[in-house]
Structures are given as structure tokens and as C-alpha cells.
Design a protein around this ligand. Structure first.
Ligand SMILES: [Zn+2]
Length: 96
């Protein structure tokens, strides 16, 4: 983990997986585009965003409790394959 100590002015969001609050830039923003959860790395895509830790455990929790359709106000199920690919790539980078 990064040893960031000055986090006072940092916007916080709640992870839809583990429901813990974290700094916005430590979470991955997800936007629903035509039934697909799209990872929004730059935070620039329009529309509602859901935030999740870039970790498989949080993604699994979010998928299991259908947090993405709820958070993104989607009418049906959302495809999370793209998000999973990004999360797994991020996890691989973070591994020692
Ligand atoms: Zn989480």
C-alpha cells in the first residue's frame, strides 16, 4: 500500500463491494454503458458512477449482492467482464 498520510482534503466514496469508505482515487469508478459495466479510469465518463476497490474480493461481493445495477440504476443485469479484467490486471501489478 502507499504510505499516504495527508488525506484531509480528499474526496471519499464508498466501495460497493466491501462498503468501506476510501479515497476516490483509490477506488475504480464504474459506469454502465448499454448494459455493460465500463471501468472509468480517468473519471470522465458521464452518468452515474459506482466505486469499487480494484480487488477481486470487492468485485465478487459487489456482483453477488447486485450492487452495480442498484448503484447505477440499471434496469437489468450488467456485464462485469471488463471490470474483472481491469481488476485482475491491477491485482497482478500490485502483487510482489
Ligand atoms: Zn472494497
Amino acid at each position: 500500500m502507499s504510505g499516504r498520510t495527508h488525506a484531509r482534503a480528499c474526496p471519499e466514496r464508498t466501495c460497493v463491494g466491501c462498503r468501506e469508505r476510501a479515497a476516490k482515487h483509490d477506488l475504480l469508478r464504474i459506469v454502465a454503458v448499454e448494459g455493460v459495466c465500463v471501468p472509468d479510469h480517468r473519471g470522465t465518463l458521464p452518468g452515474r458512477g459506482a466505486y469499487v476497490h480494484p480487488a477481486s474480493v470487492c468485485l465478487d461481493l459487489a456482483v453477488r449482492r447486485r450492487a452495480f445495477p442498484r448503484a447505477l440504476r440499471a434496469q437489468g443485469p450488467l456485464d462485469t467482464a471488463d471490470v474483472r479484467r481491469v481488476v485482475e490486471a491491477t491485482a497482478a501489478q500490485a502483487a510482489p
